[in-house]
Design a protein around this ligand. Structure first.
Ligand code: KG4
Ligand code: ZN
Length: 340
């Protein structure tokens, strides 16, 4: 059995995992730094890097002990090598390199986006090729995933990512950070059709996204009301969540049409990234997918956000293909997927 240690430290989650190729997550810990960043209303890169330094070493030791494994029992070390906040990425990469060097094990430099993309192959039975909607705080893309290393970009955001839009509106409403989860909670008690927010690019062909006009419209609405009641806040949240889900749905349907024409083997849509945790969005996209004859798959909520199990799994997929890396690899703050 192949066993890989995974390390993730590209943003504000410090996470470590040991995953086996029989899809067993042997150990997994996610430490969220939310409290450290909350006073600043967003992630502060330097605070994040220092926090990864404070926690990562102990977390790795703890899961190795709990799993009753030594480094010698591992087949490889997989680590997020980018894209992300470079200070945090460097912390994870240095730990991974030190363990790999000391134990003479191969190291695998994983692209964080590839980790999100492949998570469903750990939690579900999903074969290549599949359509991927990757929606997180930093990314909003539609891609065809042909295999572990080959992706075709159908469209991406021209300005903000969907998660960023949730976060920025939450900040405007004084709801704190991170916004997506809080907006989802508040939306449960709100009226989704009270405010008619714009849905940029709706009705146009293609798979590009735009959220900055929506964000600006929500700001204008908030300024217009001036003194927001709790009910107003709930209604803004519900209307925003509904609008974002409609934007995502329209782009996804355009992607279905492209697949029908150009990639008829693609009949599964995977929703991944932090925003995939949103129940309303999952339900709306799942319904639309079934109308178009596509299977809809999203990882369990716990594995939608940043986590090391997805990095360990991507490491396993690469290891099986013989794709290990030279220990001299350089961490990267920017790194797009290998596009066809
Ligand atoms: O994938 P992720 O953990 O980190 C990045 O790689 O960006 O995604 C974080 C993003 C944040 O913008 C957060 O607000 C959003 O995912 N998010 C959600 C929900 N949970 C997290 N957005 C909407 N609804 C949620 N339940
Ligand atoms: Zn992520």
């Amino acid at each position: 059995m192949i066993k890989v240690l995974g390390i993730e430290s590209s943003c504000d989650e410090t996470s470590v995992a040991i995953v086996a190729d029989n899809k067993n997550i042997i150990e997994h810990e996610i430490y969220s730094q939310i409290e450290a960043h909350q006073p600043f209303g967003g992630v502060v890169p330097e605070v994040a890097a220092r926090s990864h330094m404070d926690y990562l070493g102990n977390m790795i030791s703890r899961i190795m002990t709990q799993a009753k494994l030594t480094y010698n029992d591992l087949d490889a070390i997989a680590v997020t090598a980018g894209p992300g906040l470079i200070g945090g990425v460097i912390v994870g990469v240095m730990y991974a390199k030190a363990i790999a060097a000391a134990s003479h094990k191969p190291i695998i430099a994983v692209n964080h986006l590839e980790g999100h993309a492949l998570t469903v192959r750990l939690t579900n039975e999903v074969d290549f090729p599949f359509l991927l909607m990757l929606v997180s705080g930093g990314h909003c893309q539609l891609l065809i995933v042909y295999n572990v290393v080959q992706y075709m970009l159908l469209g991406s955001t021209m300005d903000d990512a969907a998660g960023e839009c949730f976060d920025k509106v939450a900040k405007m409403l004084g709801l704190g950070y991170p916004g997506g989860q809080i907006v989802e909670q508040r939306a449960k008690n709100g009226k989704y059709n009270r405010f008619k927010f714009p849905r940029p690019l709706l009705g146009r062909s293609g798979c590009d996204f735009s959220f900055s006009g929506l964000k600006a419209a929500v700001k204008r609405q908030i300024d217009e009301i001036k003194e927001l009641t709790e009910a107003d806040v709930n209604d803004v949240c519900a209307s925003l969540q509904h609008t974002i889900s409609e934007i995502l749905q329209s782009r996804m349907i355009n992607a279905f049409k492209i697949c029908a024409r150009e990639a008829p083997k693609v009949n599964t849509i995977v929703l991944a990234g932090g925003v995939a945790a949103n129940q309303h969005i999952r339900e709306k996209l799942s319904l639309a997918a079934s109308e178009y004859g596509f299977d809809f798959v999203a990882p369990p909520i716990k594995l939608c956000g940043d986590n090391a199990a997805m990095i360990a799994w991507a490491g396993i997929e690469r290891y099986k293909l013989g794709l290990t890396d030279n220990i001299n690899f350089i961490p990267r703050s920017r790194w797009s997927l290998d596009l066809l």
